[in-house]
Design a protein around this ligand. Structure first.
Ligand code: C2E
Ligand code: MG
Ligand code: MG
Ligand code: MG
Length: 279
């Protein structure tokens, strides 16, 4: 009797854990119907030429409008979707929607889409990309797939083979969040990425950390010698942009260029500024 009570109590003693678990389960259940209820939509974040400010394209960022919770950020629902493999359907929806919307833009800019490692493990991602390009009519060279090193972690040779087949379709492959993982350098040796995206954490500490400055300088130099253009993520200030421009870092993305938005605008904030200054 006492034992049974004890067990009952000990469960009650971990309310936070129960809550976190229940939260995840609730999110997982709601996610299962999110697609069929049309609760997902895309935000677009501009990517600009560091020096001229010209908008090169936009990254698609998934958003979930939960009927009760409001807009749930991707850091909360993507990991949950990865656990149940719901990300496979969600990722397919993101890819198709991004290519479709990209076809309606006023200019043929780059359409950047994030892929989850789970999408590499389930189903044929190469076949999927191929059929979505055919279905939407988006030229392959306009599509840039952003992958993190998570894709390469457990089956390196399988992942490399998939990446090569994707590249053979004519799409671009970018290494996302560069510098935050464990063996990013060996991946650069193993695969000819079309772009490296330096993680925002390095950019956001540029003004306070000499180490971050040294690392960013070195990564931009590495990109130049490997013939892989660099995108700096999380650029928020003119000082950060000036530093990156001086290093000849090709592209920037961040609040300075534009916030994620449901509509795309190819009007560059810098070009407007310079015209104002000149006029
Ligand atoms: P990510 O691919 O590295 O995307 C960049 C994230 O950093 C976005 O957050 C963006 O809004 C944010 N960001 C960019 N510039 C700035 C800046 O200047 N300041 C600040 N404070 N934030 C900035 P978001 O939209 O919350 O996405 C977070 C992550 O969720 C993404 O990181 C990506 O890993 C994942 N994600 C988003 N959409 C998808 C998707 O469709 N599929 C997959 N697999 N993952 C996605
Ligand atoms: Mg990304
Ligand atoms: Mg990133
Ligand atoms: Mg990220």
């Amino acid at each position: 009797r006492a034992k049974a009570d004890g067990r009952g109590l000990s469960r009650g003693f971990e309310p936070e854990m129960d809550l976190a678990l229940r939260e995840r389960r609730a999110l997982q259940q709601d996610l299962a119907t999110a697609l069929s209820r049309n609760e997902l939509f895309l935000h677009w974040m501009p990517q600009a030429d560091t020096k001229t400010g010209e908008i090169n394209g936009f990254e698609a960022l998934a958003r979930w409008k939960h009927p009760v919770r409001g807009v749930v950020p991707p850091i909360m629902f993507i990991p949950v979707a990865e656990e149940t493999a719901a990300i496979v359907q969600i990722g397919e929806w993101v890819l198709r929607t991004a290519c479709r919307e990209g076809m309606r833009w006023p200019k043929p800019g780059k359409v950047a889409v994030n892929l989850s490692p789970v999408q590499f493990q389930h189903g044929d991602i190469v076949q999927l990309v191929h059929s979505i390009l055919l279905e939407t009519g988006l030229p392959a060279e306009r599509l840039e797939l952003e992958i993190t090193e998570g894709v390469l972690l457990d089956d390196l040779s399988g992942a490399l083979n998939t990446l090569r087949r994707l590249k053979a379709l004519g799409v671009q492959i970018a290494m996302d969040d560069f510098g935050t993982g464990y063996s990013s350098l060996s991946y650069l040796q193993a695969f000819p990425f079309d772009r490296i995206k330096i993680d925002a954490s390095f950019i956001q500490t540029l003004s306070t950390s000499p180490q971050a400055k040294a690392i960013v300088r070195a990564v931009v130099a590495l990109g130049a010698s490997l013939d892989m253009p660099i995108t700096a993520e999380g650029v928020e200030t003119p000082e950060q942009r000036a530093f990156l421009a001086e290093l000849n870092c090709e592209e920037i993305q961040g609040y300075l260029v534009g916030r994620p938005s449901p509509v795309v605008s190819f009007e560059s904030p810098f070009i407007k500024q310079r015209m104002r200054a000149a006029g």
